[in-house]
Design a protein around this ligand. Structure first.
Ligand SMILES: [Ca+2]
Ligand SMILES: [Ca+2]
Length: 393
């Protein structure tokens, strides 16, 4: 070291001030008279190796192979989000109905007699019918997802999506049996049922107690399309498992096991310094019409309102076969999502970047309990340096 340089160093009090080496800010320690050099405090030969490695890596880190993805923990804002499920289910069936009279166990029960006049006893009456479940279930969903946003690389990544489409509520739809029978009469109560007319009979509710969509696989990616106002448009199709738990007429519907499907998300993203908001539209529909090969049903109670005169109820037993089930369903949702930036391990000044500023903080705490103890083991050391460098951005 020349006298001139030493003099210039001493004349400008840089001791204790940060200086930059390869973009890394370092504190310069006091002049060591014995070693006749400026030395970094508390840096052993090993640590000095780590520091040199860090500086070397710092140069490497500036290459663009390091992703600029910012990760946000996001929640669905339930209050302003809606899901509408439109269900249209029809199951035609046919068979016979009969009064619930029994000369031993129910001697005051309803008896059925075919035709307009005459006859005796309790007789089966042929019918055709359809079980119908139709309407909308509207709910405020809850849920969460993790969003990776790379606004430089124009890429979005969705992971850990889990949505309760019912938001913890129960969705109910009224079920109806539309029944058409041959002309018959009843005794207890006394009524006349003209044939050839389809009568809608409410038969209770179908209830959906659980409907969830949980992402399968790790991440799905989509492209961000910049808009004039600074927001981005995107489309991402997320593979999910749907789980539906439902009952109709008190009986479970389906097996309640997860079924693979997809949630197509289309939306608008607005990214702030430490937050993100999404407006998502979800639209999905399907339909099926399949023959049914179930066993016939026997003696299912049906409370049939009287026709002539009105006001009474005939207690009938219905037997028959369901021949097919036609189901069409549509899901449409408008979701508001709000997210906050995940803390990045190594971002010691919490500015969303892991760079030379953070490295400087770590090095200035080297060998102490912090700041810079990223892994929380009580000491700032090589493990922390490694975490910081692996998150360099
Ligand atoms: Ca930082
Ligand atoms: Ca540590």
């Amino acid at each position: 070291m020349t006298a001139e340089w030493r003099d210039s160093l001493q004349s400008r009090p840089i001791v204790g001030r940060p200086i930059a080496i390869h973009g890394v800010n370092l504190q310069v320690a006091p002049w060591n008279h014995d070693a006749r050099e400026y030395s970094f405090p508390m840096i052993s030969p090993y640590n000095r190796f780590a520091l040199v490695s860090a500086i070397a890596l710092t140069s490497a880190c500036s290459s663009p192979v390091w992703a600029d993805e910012v990760i946000f923990d996001c929640d669905i804002v339930s209050k302003t989000s809606t899901v509408t499920q439109t269900i249209d289910l029809a199951a035609p069936f046919a068979g016979s109905l009969i009064g619930n009279y029994n000369d031993v166990s129910n001697p005051t029960g309803t008896r059925t007699l075919p035709g307009v006049f005459g006859g005796s006893g309790n007789n089966p009456i042929p019918y055709t019918a359809s079980f119908v479940l139709a309407g909308d279930i509207v709910s405020n969903p809850t849920g969460a997802l993790v969003l990776g946003v790379d606004s430089e690389g124009l890429q979005i990544r969705v992971s850990n999506l889990a949505v309760d489409l019912l938001g913890g509520e129960v969705g109910a739809l009224g079920a109806t049996v539309n029944i058409n029978y041959q002309t018959f009469r009843t005794v207890n109560p006394s009524s006349f049922y003209p044939g050839g007319v389809t009568i809608p009979v409410p038969v209770g509710n179908a209830e959906v107690t659980e409907l969830t969509a949980v992402q399968t696989g790790k991440s799905v990616f989509g492209a961000l399309v910049p808009q004039k106002d600074g927001s981005f448009q995107f489309t991402v199709t997320v593979p999910v498992n749907f789980t539906l738990v439902a009952t109709a007429l008190g009986q479970p519907v389906g097996d309640g096991l997860p079924t693979p499907g997809v949630l197509p998300l289309t939306g608008r993203l607005v990214e702030g310094a430490s937050s993100v908001t999404l407006s998502l539209a979800v639209s999905d529909s399907s339909s099926m019409n399949e023959p049914v090969t179930a066993d016939p049903f026997v003696d299912v109670p049906l409370a049939l309102p009287t026709v002539i005169p009105t006001g009474g109820t005939a207690n009938l037993l219905l037997s028959g076969d369901v021949t097919s089930i036609a189901l069409s369903r549509a899901l449409s949702a408008d979701l508001d999502v709000a997210g906050t930036r995940q803390a990045i391990p190594g971002d010691l000044n919490n500015d969303g970047l892991v760079n030379a500023v953070d490295l400087s903080i770590l090095l200035s705490g080297w060998g102490t309990s912090g700041p810079g103890d990223i892994d929380g083991d009580g000491l700032v050391g090589p493990a922390d340096l490694s975490i910081l460098l692996s998150n360099w951005r």
